[in-house]
Design a protein around this ligand. Structure first.
Ligand code: IPM
Ligand code: MG
Length: 366
């Protein structure tokens, strides 16, 4: 029996509802594939601000450091939205990313044919689209210093800094090449090299690394035209690698290809190697959705897919990851649907479908 330790950070809004579904799916897969997970539940975001006054309490960070992986729901909500508040729920995400060195954010986007009606794109445009966005997560505009407000000689201003070191670009580009080599062998590096110095370094470093990966074709593209082409020709893309803020924007945009933000999973991989893989934090791309929180209406599929990424990347439970992915696909194709996908079913109906699927297949001999 293999044992894994997961820091469990449900957070705010719909976070606890969707995490609970993912947790039960992982447990069901554990029964079937003979492993057990210890869930170390911790406060994060608004929930932590209310209890302790900090978005990312030290105990939460310690638990993450001791775990093989982190499963996170969502943080934030109108209750903590005061822009002048000393601490905001989102600070927890940035703190986790930098403290745990989660430099690589993987956001897969797949166009399932059965969700044609949920996507604003025409079916012939989205058919077959399967993109992996690799977003740099610990550098760029989010973390560059100086950052903040200033006042000099009565002139008020605010500054953010877009800085990348060669090393930061190298490690994200290296991973993106490896991921592309394991897929269709096509990598698009997205930048704004016609204007930004940081993008010109980015391009140079990507080109320096390219010869190490002869099986991958590399293309450079500007972020503005990519924002257009990703929706008009989504099947052109395989793996996209890009700077932190560009990746933030492009990944939400790409959710339109999938049909709903409620389907997008993410893995934020760190530098630490665990017993069975690489340490990472796994969370749905959607936020805390305060408008539907606590009503059992949230779509848990993005969190279940994130848990599948966790099983694959950090826990080395490939069969269980495949089983969760298969259950999610079956649910998208034949299962109940939540409101974001045009249905009127609740999270528990989806949970019931997924658990039955995980269980039923357990009876099929391998
Ligand atoms: C995301 C979110 C976060 C980000 C916010 C909530 C800080 O939009 O994970 O994409 O901007 O990275
Ligand atoms: Mg975002």
């Amino acid at each position: 029996m293999r044992l894994h330790r997961v820091a469990y950070l449900p957070g705010d809004g719909i976070g606890p509802e969707v995490c609970s579904v993912a947790k039960r799916c992982v447990e069901a897969a554990g029964v079937r594939f003979d492993f057990e997970v210890t869930w170390d539940a911790q406060l994060v975001g608004g929930a932590a601000i209310d209890e302790i006054g900090l978005a990312l309490p030290p105990a939460t960070l310690d638990a993450c450091r001791e775990a093989d992986a982190v499963l996170l729901g969502a943080v934030g909500g109108p209750r903590w939205d005061d822009p002048s508040a000393p601490t905001r729920p989102e600070d927890a995400l940035l703190g986790l990313r930098s403290e745990l060195e989660l430099f690589a954010n993987l956001r897969p986007v797949v166009a399932h044919a059965s969700l044609d009606a949920a996507s604003p794109l025409r079916s012939e445009v989205r058919a077959g689209a399967d993109i992996l966005i690799v977003r740099e997560l610990t550098g760029g505009l989010y973390f560059g210093r100086p950052q903040g407000r200033e006042e000099h000689d009565g002139v008020e201003s605010a500054v953010d800094t877009l800085r990348y070191t060669r090393h930061e670009i190298e490690r994200i580009a290296e991973l993106a090449f490896e991921l592309a080599a394991g897929r269709r062998g096509h990598l698009t590096s997205v930048d704004k090299a016609n204007v930004l110095a940081s993008s010109r370094l980015w391009r140079e470093v990507v080109d320096d690394i390219a010869p190490r990966h002869p099986a991958v074709t590399i293309e450079h593209a500007l972020v503005d035209s990519t924002a257009y082409l990703i929706l008009t020709q989504p099947t052109h893309y395989d793996v996209i690698v890009t700077e932190n803020l560009f990746g933030d924007i492009l990944s939400d945009e790409a959710a339109a290809i999938a049909g709903s933000l409620g389907l997008l999973a993410s893995a934020s991989l760190g530098t630490r190697v665990t017993l069975h893989g690489r340490f990472g934090l796994f969370e749905p791309v959607h936020g805390s959705a305060p408008g539907i929180a606590g009503q059992g209406l949230a779509n848990p599929l993005a969190t279940v897919s994130s848990a599948a990424l966790m099983l694959r990347w950090s826990l080395g439970e490939t069969d269980a990851a495949d089983a969760l992915d298969a259950a999610v696909t079956a649910s998208i194709e034949d299962g109940p649907r939540t409101g974001d996908l045009g249905g009127s079913d609740g999270s528990e109906a989806i949970a019931g479908f997924l658990l039955a699927h995980l269980d039923e297949r357990a009876e099929v001999p391998a």
